[in-house]
Design a protein around this ligand. Sequence first.
Ligand code: 5GP
Ligand code: ZN
Length: 113
Amino acid sequence: MSDCLFCKIVAGELPVDIISENQEFIAFSDIDPKAPIHKLVIPKQHFENLSELAKADSALAGRMSEFLVQLADELSLTEGYRIVFNTGVFGGQTVFHVHGHLLGGRQMSWPAG
Ligand code: 5GP
Ligand code: ZN
């Protein structure tokens, strides 16, 4: 989608700090980190959010969670971490290309705001 920010990242049109990539996914640093480690994982294919991805291709959604967990391992987040998929307006989603937030490096609080 030409007007999608994260599709522009996939196309190499916006510079990001890519930390991991395979044929299906890219991981890069969030521009406005909410924790000492804050990475975003996106599929290269455009889906609006996790709901749309899981309905369209549940196997890809599964591989995305595997990619996120592998990334947490690669970053040595042995004390734990949080993976977040903000979904829809009430879910706090602001970029409508599905992305998983990987947050770590500090104690997280609950409930989320
Ligand atoms: P959401 O609120 O949709 O769950 O998360 C969108 C995330 O994308 C936010 O954490 C925001 O900081 C991040 N973000 C927005 N624009 C950019 C950008 O141009 N580059 C990077 N690296 N992250 C971005
Ligand atoms: Zn997109």
